[in-house]
Design a protein around this ligand. Structure first.
Ligand code: GUN
Ligand code: FE
Length: 443
């Protein structure tokens, strides 16, 4: 296929800045070029070295003064909650009952699901997010709608039907058998078709019976290449409720572990109230956590102990998530800024290089998809974000006095949002909100 190229100041990772010194794993290539063919990265390097070797007439999208990196990954979000951000007044359990369940009930209408999927994908692209792991709703058609729309723009989406058979309105509940069968059928229909990936998605321990959790574990054992996606230890009342509902289990994480729902490709949102034993179990099983700082602050859930989770002796796979609609933004840049503030409130400092890692390669590793996305590695899918550190007057002013690329990244995380995203590429093609919902792939 045709060769194209993207030129700018490249930023990406070859390893984890939580494991090794920044200079060994963080690549900053001023005036670099990414060569793309058939949707994949074939080469990166300095413009002076790479450009002369390209065939005559090769299209080069040039972004002088911009940072170009792997597209952002959002490892925890709810597409059906796109329209309910900023629900006033409640913490987790009341927020679910008063705001979230009514919003998800509206998804019973398939037309609504398609409209919501389009709005959601548009917001991801506007914010430079090229891969998302998202909840759908209990309705099987909510998964069909999202995968169909994502396929039309060739975006990598990991999603699944919500499993929920108790402690929720009846019209939003399935039962263990139906939940299992619908999940299995959706998985067979969509997983591995194009860039779609399936996630077995029990909402959280309080809304699934032990029978439903067992069925979810059975399904995962039968299809070990798919993901598991749920919530864990977000709020103290929730943690106490789980202890009541599952008195025989050692704790919240043990409920999932007991039902065969821990391991590589299992990802749990929040983990705000996990302790040392839990982190050991996550480390030992490869279970990942999505840190969702804007959500945790908005719902008053607490301050995620990131530095403890990443303890060198038993590091846990951690990524960043927006958790919209409890999260307050689709912007991964803004989410990085909020992760910084949460670390500050815990008396710790989060290096912007580390938070960029969490948003890109760290999320890819957490999701076990780092063989395809998350870096600017030859063979990786050419999902890219172009960031303009002079996009707003305040950013421009701050970037002017930035001491290093690290400092520019910090400025972007504190002051940046969708306005700082100049372009988003999916599989080598520039794609924006205007391309969503047109029925055919762009280009
Ligand atoms: N726990 C169970 N369901 C949800 C949800 O929809 N959002 C958040 N933030 N936490 C949950
Ligand atoms: Fe969530």
């Amino acid at each position: 296929g045709e060769i194209t190229a993207v030129r700018g100041d490249l930023v990406h990772f070859t390893g984890s800045p939580f494991d090794s010194p920044v200079e060994e794993c963080f690549v900053h290539q001023p005036d670099g070029v990414i060569v793309v063919q058939d949707g994949r990265i074939v080469r990166t390097g300095p413009a002076a070295d790479v450009l002369p070797g390209l065939p005559d007439g090769t299209r080069v999208d040039h972004y002088p003064g911009c940072l170009v990196g792997p597209g952002f990954i959002d490892s925890h979000v709810h597409y059906a909650q796109t329209g309910m951000v900023a629900a006033y007044g409640d913490q987790l359990i009341d927020w679910l009952n008063n705001h979230t369940f009514p919003a998800e009930a509206a998804m019973a209408d398939p037309g609504r699901a398609t409209a919501m999927a389009r709005e959601f994908l548009g917001e991801l692209l506007r914010n430079g997010t090229t891969t998302a792991m998202t909840f759908a709703t209990v309705h099987a058609h909510s998964v069909d709608a999202l995968f169909a729309e994502a396929s039309a723009v060739d975006m990598r989406i990991i999603a699944g039907k919500v499993l929920m058979d108790r402690n929720a309105p009846g019209h939003l509940c399935d039962d263990p058998e139906r939940g299992y069968e619908e999940s299995r059928d959706l998985l067979r229909a969509w997983h591995g078709r194009g860039r779609n990936m399936y996630a077995i998605t029990p909402r959280f321990a309080p809304t699934s019976s032990p029978e439903q959790l067992r069925a979810a574990g059975d399904l995962w054992r039968e299809h070990p290449d798919v993901h598991v996606h749920s919530h864990l230890a977000e709020n103290t009342d929730e943690v106490a409720w789980v202890r009541q509902l599952f008195p025989d289990r050692a704790g919240y994480l043990d409920v999932y572990h007991h039902h065969g729902l821990t391991g590589r490709r299992a990802l749990y949102a929040h983990g705000v109230h996990l302790g040392e034993e839990d982190f050991r179990l996550c480390h030992g099983t490869g279970t990942a956590i999505s840190h969702c700082p804007t959500s945790n602050s908005f719902l008053g859930s607490g301050l995620f102990p990131l530095h403890e989770a990443k303890d060198r002796d038993r590091p846990v796979h951690v990524g960043l998530g927006t958790d919209v609609g409890a999260g307050t933004t689709f912007s991964i840049l803004a989410t990085m800024g909020e992760a910084y503030k949460v670390a500050q409130l815990r008396g710790r400092c989060l290096d912007p290089v580390r938070s960029l890692y969490l948003a890109t390669l760290g999320n890819a590793v957490a999701l076990d998809i780092d063989d395809r996305v998350g870096a600017l590695r030859p063979g990786h899918e050419a999902d890219l974000v172009v960031l303009d550190p002079r996009a707003t007057p305040l950013l421009a002013r701050r970037t002017e006095r930035a001491a290093s690329v690290t400092d520019v990244l910090f400025a972007l995380s504190v002051l940046g949002d969708d306005r700082a995203v100049r372009r988003t590429y999916l599989a080598g093609r520039a794609v924006g909100p205007q391309d969503v919902g047109r029925g055919t792939p762009p280009g």
